[in-house]
Ligand binder design. Structure first.
Ligand code: NAD
Ligand code: ZN
Ligand code: ZN
Length: 345
């Protein structure tokens, strides 16, 4: 079968021919119908050695949907033919967190032990993907494959991040979404569907602000030196109740700290390598709280799929055949994708 492989840190992924896997024990083989490209794939490709808890070579693709093609002799869960999305953070399966469906926070996530689909283990940018157990599959019904795949990370991670700050988002509050790409445009939709907050979007690109508006944002502002003043003005001077930062560089972290209302929440999702100094006494707003959410839980993925099936979420996609993976990666790296790029193997 064809697969998009990362063979060394820093080397662009390439399409190659590999053996189609055969499911053993409790494993499930999924015929891939769609695999999303995440900005994290760019961070993964770049490495370098030691930055991540696993090593190449492996097949990329951690946003995967398709249908069950074959079951190992001890597999349980969905039957052959069932349409599914893959829950991607694969934990140990036996610690308290994994048993509660929180593989994203597996207690044994240490050293080279941790991996996920397309993250150390072969992923979904291929015709087939081998999933270790049926519990990692969530049924999608008649949801189109190119919608379901991005929901397993772009949708799930955004949903989990919103859940973490939800208590700060009562009536009359404002949420800011920084970085309206694959994750951010779904975060805007999730905020609109599940809170009564006003939503303000921030990005460096005009097209991203247009996407934010289409996704339901009440207002948008370009990332500039006067963005903090603009955001404060939009909240009658009180500041923003929650910031969801899908960039995570020093400029966006400082913006978040600058515009946050006392008692507010900052969730940093983006891996932009930024730093923020915590000092007491200092200049952070009183009650400042910051979290670093990672991916999401299995029950949350089922909720995201249900939300999409109800019509509340729509992923904007650019679709490519598997053979066009290099072009799709180029577009993502250059910041030219509107919403999510998705490969259709
Ligand atoms: P993307 O490339 O689709 O979107 C990024 C958006 O941020 C773009 O619209 C871009 O114009 C905008 N942007 C870039 N620099 C900016 C700046 N300085 N100020 C404001 N806006 C800026 O990326 P994505 O796939 O949505 O991923 C976003 C980030 O989230 C990445 O860093 C990714 O690695 C990370 N991520 C984290 C998790 C997690 O679990 N924590 C999961 C998935 C992705
Ligand atoms: Zn991702
Ligand atoms: Zn575990």
């Amino acid at each position: 079968m064809r697969a998009v492989r990362l063979t060394a840190w820093g080397r662009e992924p390439a399409l190659s021919e590999v053996e189609r896997p055969v499911p053993r024990d409790a494993e499930v083989l999924v015929r891939v119908e769609a695999a999303g490209l995440c900005h994290s794939d760019i961070h993964v490709i770049d490495g370098p050695e030691g930055a991540l808890p696993y090593r190449p070579p492996f097949t990329l693709g951690h946003e995967v949907s398709g249908h069950v093609a074959a079951l190992g002799p001890d597999a349980d869960g969905p039957a052959v033919g069932e349409r599914v999305v893959v829950y991607g953070p694969w934990g140990c399966g036996s610690c308290a967190r994994c048993v509660a469906g929180q593989d994203n926070y597996c207690d044994r996530r240490r050293g080279l032990n941790w991996h996920g689909v397309g993250l150390g283990r072969d992923g979904g940018m291929a015709e087939y993907v081998l999933v270790p157990a049926g519990r990692h599959l969530v049924p999608i019904g008649d949801l189109p494959a190119h919608q379901a795949a991005p929901l397993s990370d772009a949708g799930l991670t955004s949903y989990h991040a919103v859940n973490g700050v939800r208590h700060a988002l009562r009536d009359g509050t404002t949420a800011a979404v920084i970085g309206v790409g694959g994750l951010g445009h779904l975060a805007v939709q999730i905020l609109r569907a599940t809170t009564t907050s006003r939503v303000v979007a921030v990005d460096i690109r005009e097209e991203a602000l247009t996407l934010a508006q289409r996704s339901g944002a009440h207002a948008g502002t370009l990332m500039r030196t006067d963005t903090a003043r603009a955001l404060r003005a939009r909240t009658g001077g009180v500041g923003v109740d929650a910031v969801l930062d899908f960039v995570g560089n020093t400029a966006t972290l400082e913006l978040a700290a600058d515009v946050l209302r006392p008692g507010g929440e900052v969730a940093v999702v983006g891996s932009g390598g930024g730093q923020l100094t915590v000092r007491k006494p200092g200049f952070l707003p009183p009650g400042f709280r910051l979290s670093l959410p990672f991916w999401g839980t299995r029950p949350e993925l089922a909720e995201v799929i249900a939300l999409a099936r109800s019509g509340a979420l729509h992923v904007e996609t650019e679709q490519f055949p598997l053979s066009a993976a290099p072009e799709a990666f180029d577009r993502l790296r250059q910041g030219r994708v509107a919403g999510r790029a998705v490969l259709l193997p």
